[in-house]
Structure formats: C-alpha cells, structure tokens
Design a protein around this ligand. Sequence first.
Ligand SMILES: [Fe+2]
Length: 153
Amino acid sequence: MVTLVGMQANFEDALKDLIELDYDAVEAYDAAINRLENQEFKEKLNIFKADHEWHIQELTNVLKKRNIDPPSGPSTGKQWLTKGKVVLANLIGDNVILRAMISNEIDTNTAYERISLREDMWSEAKDIIRRGLEDEKRHKKWLENTVLEKSEA
Ligand SMILES: [Fe+2]
C-alpha cells in the first residue's frame, strides 16, 4: 500500500502525518537493526535512523513555533509504512530485511515528494522538507545498491 501522507486537506495536517510517518520509520529502523546480522548494515541503518529523528525534531519545532501541538509518537492504527515494525520484527535474512526497508523508503520518499510540492507549504518548512527529501532519496539509493550487490555476490 502506498502511503497517503502528504495528501491531507491542509498543510498542518499533512505535516502532522509526516511527523508520525517519521516516528513509524524510526521504529521500523529499530526492528530492522535488531534483526540484521551484518555489522556494517546495522551501523548504516543507525545513521539513517538518526536522520529520521532529526526530521522529527525539526518538523516538531515548526509546529511548536505556530503553537500547534505536534504528534508525540508513532501513528496509532494508521500504519503509514508498508513494512512497519511488526513486519520487520519477523523477517529473517539481511537481504530480506533490506528489501523490506526499500518499501519503507519508497513510502517516505513519496510522502516527502508530495509534501514538497504542496502549494500551501509554509515558507519556514521549505528547507527542512527539501533536506528531508534528500535524506530519503539517499537512504533508498544506498539500500537499492546494497541489495543489488548482495544479490550478485
Ligand atoms: Fe529513511
């Protein structure tokens, strides 16, 4: 399922859902890191996870400055990601786990792309969203390259 984040009626709601998506992503990264065997992959995913934590912090500040209550944790029941933490926690094999994480990066890329194109974008959020999109593109590219290398080996 492709995530619906970014399609909300107003920018405020879209931003709230994006923050929840980032929280969901952090949980999925945690589950993946727990299941991975390759130390290098674990370290890389830890760095990517930190990017998501940074997105949460920056986007949360945008809402707070406008006196809007930000989400304080993952989505409840909405399941923004195709391969959430529950799915990840049950996977076995590094390549299988990395492939599942690619699905999630597709979701986060879609969400960041959609929100970056919104006409009702708040000016102070523009750079944060742009950098977030760049991070997600980078995460997806690394995963795709790594899965490819592993398949060829
Ligand atoms: Fe990511």
